[in-house]
Design a protein around this ligand. Structure first.
Ligand code: FAD
Ligand code: NAI
Length: 476
């Protein structure tokens, strides 16, 4: 074994890790990045959960299934007739795999471009001595590498339900949920969170009868209540069956599918019989195989790596970012932390503003938000003003044929500073960017109201919501 020395070793090449590696290389450090993800042929597949079994493949399937839904149910409104509409699931999955591969290859290219040494294998702490950390890599070739600074970005794994391990045939994690070979007649999901809604939408659009069992009595508790209510109405209309306040009991998997015993919100015993069951009840930080004990790396009671606001762990020069630490499990949050850590190692002083990390749920309608919800402001006792504008009154939304939902803006009652923006409706994922920028610049609702927005555009609804804060909408 040889020992190669770098300034920085990044463990994990998901969005947290590969972005940290690139930023560190830009800053002039010699950087190695180790990632163990394998593609179907056993080769490297950098990009982590996000690229391989998360953000990217789920959005590819959401796009394919939305096209199918549009063709089947909405093209006729435009005078477009179609006969014998079919869905070739194998082709749809192939396309998705191809999109994933383009992203894997893109990251390998970026590593080369930025002169980052990539190791394909599992990294674990071997020792800490003389101000350096030794990292053992087990993979294509076994290596020991060392560096002064280590950035851990090992991500997260799907949380299983006790007694119902993932077999990825009948009981599916996000991995299996993205690879169902034929549209199931009946699909069950446990957990009406982000994955439950996105994956439930994909397979419902393709023709499955979908039932989502959610433990909490409220729908999307993190989301602004008014927005969550509006979204629920739309999902109900689409036929996505969501049962709230259930208590899941025994899950049995057999040749004919899966049966889930549960008590409904009234406490009545029920059984859900489905062909496939997706369990999407959150994710757990992944430190498996890191050998954290060897160096005394501190984990919390949930297994996440303990870090301070700057992503520093309890060990000098060991940092951790992304899903493996506290905070929302989002790719862009991981990326921001990765950049921040690289810059901190270089002696700079950046920080991540958690209040302006946007959230998007890529269903139809899309749900997107940034900042505080109305219920949070009420709980804080903060005086606020609210303005809403429905897409129903937006010309572009009417032309698109998609008028579900609204933009809602919350601003401080005294200073008018924007405190939160919540959107349910078409292209909410894109519309939220303006709101994030406004909040990052500490804009007032009046600032947005005074900005010229192109006509006709969905973004005019954001301007109108800002006008609504002062009760002076122009088009509603
Ligand atoms: P990961 O992406 O999990 O990457 C960690 C990497 O580290 C992996 O490649 C893993 O193989 C590697 N690794 C782990 N341990 C070791 C080791 N010891 N040695 C070597 N390598 C190791 N977020 C969004 O913002 N938008 C979305 O639309 C979105 N959609 C999602 C859809 C699904 C179905 C799922 C499951 C997640 C989605 N997410 C989304 C969340 C997003 O994927 C994660 O927040 C993000 O991937 C976290 O990035 P990360 O770099 O922290 O970890
Ligand atoms: P989640 O936290 O979004 O939702 C889990 C849901 O399961 C919650 O509503 C919870 O109340 C429910 N639940 C938990 N235990 C349960 C039980 N025993 N019985 C019934 N219901 C139960 O987690 P999810 O959907 O697994 O996604 C994990 C994370 O991945 C998300 O929190 C998000 O950070 C990330 N993600 C982000 C996406 C995006 O940004 N568009 C898309 C998909 C995932």
């Amino acid at each position: 074994m040889t020992t190669k020395q770098f300034d920085i070793i990044v463990i994990g090449a998901g969005p947290g890790g590969y972005i940290a590696a690139i930023r560190a290389a830009q800053l002039g450090f010699s950087v190695a990045c180790v990632d163990e993800w394998k593609n179907a042929k056993g080769g490297p597949a950098p990009g982590g959960t996000c690229t391989n079994v998360g953000c990217i493949p789920s959005k590819a399937l959401l796009q394919s299934s939305e096209h199918y839904e549009q063709a089947g149910h909405h093209f006729a409104d435009h005078g477009i007739g179609l006969k014998d509409l079919t869905i070739d699931v194998a082709k749809m999955l192939d396309r998705k795999d191809n999109v994933v591969k383009q992203n894997n290859d893109g990251i390998l290219y970026l590593f080369k471009k930025n002169k980052i040494t990539f190791f394909h294998g599992r990294a674990s702490f071997a020792a800490a001595k003389d101000g350096l950390y030794e990292i053992k890599v087990v993979g294509a070739a076994d290596e020991v590498v060392c560096a002064k600074d280590i950035i851990i970005a090992t991500g997260s794994n799907a949380r299983a339900l006790p007694g119902a391990p993932f077999d990825e045939v009948n009981i599916l994690s996000n991995d299996g949920a993205l690879n169902i070979g034929a549209v199931p007649q009946k699909l069950g999901l446990i957990g009406a969170g982000v994955i439950g809604l996105e994956m439930g939408s994909v397979w419902r659009r393709l023709g499955a009868q979908v039932t989502v069992l959610e433990g909490l009595p409220t729908f999307l508790g993190l989301v602004d209540e008014q927005i969550a209510k509006e979204a629920k109405k739309a999902f109900d209309k689409q036929g996505l069956k969501i049962e709230l306040g259930v208590k899941v009991g025994e899950i049995k998997s057999g040749k004919k599918g899966v049966s889930v015993a549960y008590a409904n919100a009234k406490g009545e015993a029920q059984t859900l019989e489905v062909d496939k069951l997706i369990i999407s009840i959150g994710r757990v930080a992944n430190t498996i195989g890191l050998n954290a004990e060897v160096v005394g790396l501190k984990l919390d009671e949930r297994g996440a790596i303990v870090v301070d606001d700057d992503c520093k762990t309890n060990l000098p020069n060991v940092w951790a970012v992304g899903d493996v630490v506290r905070g929302p499990m989002l790719a862009h949050k991981a990326e921001e932390e990765g950049v921040t850590v690289a810059e901190r190692i270089a002696g700079q002083h950046p920080h991540v503003n958690f209040n302006t990390v946007p959230w998007v749920i890529y269903t139809s309608p899309e749900i997107a938000w940034v900042g505080q919800t109305e219920q949070q402001l009420k709980a804080q006792g903060r005086a606020y003003k609210a303005g809403t504008f429905p897409f129903l009154a937006n010309g572009r939304a009417r032309a698109l044929g998609d008028t579900t939902g609204m933009v809602k803006m919350l601003a401080d009652a005294v200073t008018d500073e924007i405190l939160g923006v919540h959107i349910v409706g078409p292209q909410a994922s894109e519309l939220i960017a303006e709101c994030v920028m406004a909040m990052e610049f500490r804009a007032s609702s009046e600032d947005i109201a005074r900005i010229c927005h192109a006509h006709p555009s969905l973004s005019e609804s954001t301007k109108e919501a800002a006008l609504a804060v002062e009760k002076r909408t122009l088009n509603f």
